[in-house]
Design a protein. Structure first.
Length: 149
């Protein structure tokens, strides 16, 4: 298990309610009683679920649950966000780019895509999007408060 990779480092920055929210909301892992798990168990589960979601399901069958490298996940995301997808992002597993550099490029590419998408929306559509985002944020805050620390 690559317990020293950046994904584990980032997951270790989250507290228990955020790890549970990540598992349930982002990774749709509703099968576990996450409140009974230790923080380390939640970190391991989030790593496993994220790597499984990012990997090819057939190959995942033969992989250790934490074997799919975080850098490869980032490269795949950057490749897909790149407008020149057929050429890829220019990142490779063995290159000199750090995971943090690839994360920054993903954020930049995502912001460009969102900006283009937003500019195409009508004002009425923008209002609906903002309303839905605010509802989601408020629901997560209420859920977090209700679950407690």
């Amino acid at each position: 298990m690559p317990a020293n990779d950046r994904l584990f480092y980032l997951l270790e920055q989250l507290d228990i309610p955020d790890l549970i929210l990540l598992l349930r909301s982002a990774l749709r892992a509703n099968e576990g009683n996450w409140e009974r798990c230790s923080r380390q168990q939640l970190i391991n589960a989030a790593s496993e679920k994220l790597r499984a979601a990012a990997g090819h399901s057939f190959i995942n069958f033969f992989r250790d649950p934490h074997e799919f490298s975080y850098k490869q996940i980032l490269i795949d995301v950057a490749d897909k966000l790149n407008d020149k997808y057929y050429r890829g992002s220019g990142f490779y597993i063995g290159d000199r780019h750090s995971e943090a550099e690839i994360e920054a490029e993903i954020i930049r590419l995502f912001e460009l895509k969102i900006k283009k998408w937003w500019e195409k929306l009508k004002d009425s559509e923008k209002e609906k999007v903002v309303y839905r985002i605010n509802q989601t944020i408020e629901a997560n805050i209420v859920r977090s408060i209700a679950q407690g620390p």
